[in-house]
Structure formats: C-alpha cells, structure tokens
Design a protein around this ligand. Structure first.
Ligand SMILES: NC(=O)C1=CN([C@@H]2O[C@H](COP(=O)(O)OP(=O)(O)OC[C@H]3O[C@@H](n4cnc5c(N)ncnc54)[C@H](O)[C@@H]3O)[C@@H](O)[C@H]2O)[C@@H](O)CC1
Length: 552
C-alpha cells in the first residue's frame, strides 16, 4: 500500500526538487479545506482519508516497535478533529485492536460530521466513556505492558484559548501515561498558527500527523517539545492541493526549508585561478575578558565557511589562545581607533561575539556605529551584546544597508522592548516586527529558527537542530558561519533573495551540523566546537547521494 504520509523530521527527506514547503495558519488551513470541498472532496471523504492515514501511521509504528498486542485509547472533543479520531478508532477496532474512547464532550452536544463519526464508532460497539471515567481493566493492562497508543483527537485547528481546567486535567492525564501519543493534526493545547500554548497544559506527543497542510505553529518556538516527530498526510493528490492553494486569496504564513534544496545552496566550486581575495574579508570584533571562547568559535566558523581571510579584533589577552587554535586568522589588539581602518578593509564585519557591555565593549560598539553611519556599504552581522547595546540606545542608529541581526528569544524581547513570553506567543510576528522596524535580515534563533527580511515574501523556518544546541557558544558559531558565507564580495551586491539564501544556508548547515555531531556526542555532551568539523562535511555535499550518505 502506498504511504499515506510523508515524514518531515527526517534529514534525508526530499520532495521533488522543491527547496521550500508551505506552512499555513489555522485560517489558511480551514480555507484550504473549503477549497478542497469545492473540488468535490467532501468533508466526510476528507475525514475518512484522515482516518486512513492515521491508522496507517499507527500500524507502521506498532510494526516498527514490534508491539505486542497493541491497544488504542482515543481522546475526542467536539470538532472535526474528533471526527478523525472516531473514524480511526473504528478502523483499529475492526482490525482487532482493543480500542476505547474517552470523550470530553457529551454525545448529545455533537453535530454534523463529528456526530456521524461518533455514531459509527458507537454502532461498532467501541466503549466510549465520558471524561473523567476511568479506563477499563483491559486497557489498563495493555498500558502496563507499554503497548498502549493514544490518539489525541481533542482539539485541532479550531482550538481557542483558554483551555478549561477539566480539559487540562485530561491532557495531563494522557501526558503522564507511559504510552505513545499520536496527535491528530495539532497537539491539543498548541496554537496551530503561532506555536503559543493555549492553556496550562498541552499534549506532549511523540508524533503529530498534520493533515492536508503543515501548520506554521508546529515547527517553531515551543512547538517541537509537544509535536514530536512531524509527518504530513496530504489526503488529496498534489494537483488538487495545488489548485486549492492557488484559489486562496491570502498568502501562506511561512516557508519550511527542505533538505532537498539545502545542499544546492552550497558555495560553488572555486575558480581554478582563485586567490583569497575572491572569497571575501571578514572582520570579527569582540571577546572581552572572560569571553575569549566566543570570538574563537566565531573565527573558526567563518574560516570553515570559506572566507578568504579573517581578521580578529579582541582583547590582547586572547590573541595568543586564538592564534594557537587558529593560526589562519590575523588577530589584533582591539582599540576603537584601529576599528575604522580595519572595517575599511573588510567586506563583512561581525560585531558582538563576547563583546560584553563594559566600557571596552561599549567603546567598540560606538566606534562601529560611527563607522557604519559614514559608510553603509559594508555587510554587517550584529550578534549577542551588539544587539543588546543597540536595543539599549536611546536613539537607535539607522543600521547599515545590508545588516543581519541574530537575536535569540531573550535578545529579541530586548529589541522589541517586550517579554520572552510575548515572543513565544508568536515568533512569526516577532521576527517580522524586528525586521520591519530595523529593515535588516533577522535570524530569530531557537528551535525552528526563523529567517526574515521585509523584502522577502514570508519568513523561512529551519526545521533541523536538536536540544543539545542549548549550550554555550552555539550562537557564536552561527554568527561566524553567517559572516563567512556572506563574505565573497559578489554576495554583497546580490539581491535580498540571494543574500537571504546564503543566510538560510548558514542557519541550516549550523543546525544540521548539530544533528550530525549529536550522533557522536549525544545531546548532553555535545559542544559548539563539535559542530565545526561537521560544518565542513556538510559544505562539501554536492549531490543528493552524498547528502543521504551523511545520514546513514
Ligand atoms: N473540515 C474538514 O473537512 C476537515 C477537517 N479536518 C480536521 O478537523 C480539524 C478542524 O476542525 P474544526 O474546525 O471542527 O476544529 P476542532 O476539531 O479543533 O474543534 C473545534 C471545536 O472545539 C471547540 N473548542 C475550541 N477551543 C476549545 C477549548 N479551548 N476547549 C474546549 N473546546 C474547544 C469548539 O467550540 C469547536 O466545537 C482539523 O484540525 C482536522 O483535524 C480533517 O478531517 C480534514 C478535513
């Protein structure tokens, strides 16, 4: 049987020659449903296709896990999401799995398709309990043996905040089970558009099968904790979906970067007669006392990204350690007077790794601002305390014409003078607001990093990376990588689109390097420096087969 879903969390994942995948809001997803219904894919048909895909996913999972006597518990609410759940329960029951359903909504309150699906499950004789009834002995036994699968069909794209206490209790109840949770379309409690949490509890699924389209709220911010493995069940043929997309009058929300296209963005083969001037000059400024490692990592990443030369302005105390580890770099004692002259010689200036906020760092920041105000033709990357100092300025200076800001959520909150919670409530809005206010490229770093510039149609989302990246030096490495990849002088004169692709490539390679490194070091022990050799490996990939070989 043809697979009814496409796994999106795999690194080997490719989809034709596409480089991007559309991410949609809940509203767009509902409009897509309507457009498909208008093509003759009626609501009951789509619901049955959804149930078929969910059931196939569960069966394959049980087979991979060599599950003994698998049992299914389905939690349902009132909407179409629940309808998918009832129909999937019916398929599992007919195949001989022990199945029980816990509904949070009294049957007499159900309407339309969800009501019909409920009646179908009921007619088969599947036990349906109204929350908070306890599980029957049979399922409890299966649960004890660890073969219990839970289908979360409580809330889908129609979910609204807040989640009431009794629903939170039900969510907490399934989260504490030692069962495998598959979420239908969206983990209940997560906003499908923004990745915000709608209440105090959210289903923590091992996997989510997104239906018809991938929702933007599943891939960024806090979402990866709740979504688990992500897969898409398109439900309808590609041509029907393409017609549905073109009939929409409003744009999709974001684009997901895809592995299929990432390697195609790698720097081209070098000219046979090349000299280092062809590959650009990067100046890195930072590394106050106590922060020598930050500037070292940025330097190594910029060099591995292929920059022709890298000069470093830092504290005198850090010169010898950096040179010992990276003799290819030119390392100089930083003083604000020297800065203008060094900037003049560079194509790209990275300001911020380990810059700190003492008088030393502030003086360098001020000198840098004066320089770019006089000559805004250079490409700048502002990271770490350069962002904080910019955010603190009472009169924020106009940024250079080509500028990349790389805030994490905390720095993003300072740039917008708001809280981290507000950024988490809608990272898409945050990245677009920062970029619009500054007219710069913004890389909002975190799980599912976002990349945006006001002249791009939509933010791009990087789907790779792992929680081991929540460690010191990761941001410095990324900043160095971006600076190195933007360094070739030709890049600076190219369009926003092409510069954006170089930045997206840097973000992707950084996350993918972490996904390679984690295979050796594990999430707990992986260090930022472990990414450097993996970055070099990834940048050598020139074909899909080389790409696949990396992930074997
Ligand atoms: N329309 C269609 O034809 C299709 C819909 N599909 C499924 O349908 C879902 C969307 O269906 P709906 O629009 O019915 O949305 P939902 O299934 O998310 O349910 C909305 C219902 O939940 C209630 N609700 C919202 N927030 C709540 C909260 N915080 N606490 C308690 N109850 C709450 C609403 O009052 C409404 O009754 C998708 O996520 C997908 O799973 C799929 O079957 C594909 C086809």
């Amino acid at each position: 049987m043809q697979p009814l879903y496409i796994p999106l969390s795999q690194h080997k994942f490719t989809y034709g020659t596409q480089r991007l995948w559309p991410l949609v809001s809940a509203a767009t997803s509902q409009a897509l449903d309507r457009a498909l219904i208008a093509q003759g894919y009626t609501s009951p048909l789509l619901m049955q296709y959804a149930a078929d895909a969910l059931w196939q996913y569960l069966q394959r999972l049980a087979s991979v896990r060599q599950a003994q006597a698998p049992a299914l518990l389905v939690l349902t609410g009132a909407g179409h999401n629940a309808g998918d759940g009832y129909l999937c329960a019916a398929l599992a029951y007919q195949a001989g799995w022990p199945v029980q359903i816990i509904s949070l909504v009294a049957p007499e309150k159900l309407q339309g398709e969800p009501q019909k699906s409920y009646q179908q499950a009921q007619a088969l004789g599947i036990p349906i309990h109204l929350w908070p009834q306890v599980l029957s002995l049979e399922l409890q036994q299966a649960h004890g043996q660890g073969d219990l699968y839970v289908l979360d069909a409580l809330l889908g794209t129609g979910a609204q905040a807040p989640i009431q206490a009794s629903w939170c209790d039900a969510i907490a109840y399934i989260n504490q089970m030692s069962a495998y949770i598959l979420a239908v379309d969206v983990p209940s409690g997560l906003d499908a558009s923004t990745s915000a949490l709608l209440g105090n509890e959210c289903v923590r699924a091992q996997a989510t099968l997104s239906l018809i389209s991938v929702k933007a709220g599943l891939v960024t911010g806090q979402a990866p904790t709740y979504v688990g493995e992500l897969a898409l069940a398109p439900l309808v043929p590609a041509h029907a979906l393409a017609t549905a997309y073109t009939s929409l009058s409003f744009a999709q929300q974001a684009d997901l970067l895809l592995a299929a296209g990432v390697w195609q963005q790698a720097p081209k083969a070098r000219l046979a007669h090349a000299h280092k001037g062809h590959y650009g000059r990067v100046l890195i400024v930072g590394g106050d006392l106590g922060y020598g490692g930050a500037i070292l990592l940025a330097t190594q990443a910029a060099l591995r990204a292929g920059a022709g030369w890298v000069r470093v302005l830092t504290r005198a105390e850090h010169m010898a350690p950096i040179l010992t580890r990276t003799p290819e770099a030119m390392v100089l004692n930083a003083d604000p007077q020297r800065l203008a002259q060094e900037i003049d010689q560079a194509d790209v200036i990275l300001l911020g790794p380990g810059l700190g906020q003492t008088a030393w760092g502030r003086a360098l920041y001020q000198a840098a601002v004066q320089t770019w105000q006089q000559d805004s033709t250079k490409t700048w990357v502002l990271d770490a305390d350069a962002l904080n100092l910019y955010a603190q300025s009472p009169h924020q200076p106009l940024l250079p014409k080509t500028c990349v800001l790389t805030p994490h959520f905390g720095e993003g909150a300072r740039l917008l003078n708001t809280s981290v919670a507000q950024i988490q409530a809608d990272p898409y809005r945050a990245v677009q607001t920062i970029a619009t206010q500054t007219q710069a490229f913004v890389v909002l770093k975190g799980a599912g990093s976002l990349i945006y510039h006001p002249q791009l149609a939509r933010p791009w989302v990087c789907p790779w990376g792992n929680p081991g990246m929540a460690s010191a030096g990761m941001g410095d490495t990324l900043a160095g990588l971006i600076a190195g990849l933007l360094a070739p002088p030709t890049k600076c004169t190219l369009s926003i689109q092409v510069q954006g692709q170089a930045i997206a490539y840097a973000v992707a390679i950084h996350a993918l390097a972490a996904d390679l490194a984690v295979k050796t070091w594990g999430e707990t022990s992986m260090l930022a420096q472990d990414l450097i050799p993996e970055i070099a490996k990834l940048m050598q990939v020139k074909s899909p087969s080389q790409w696949d070989a990396l992930w074997r």
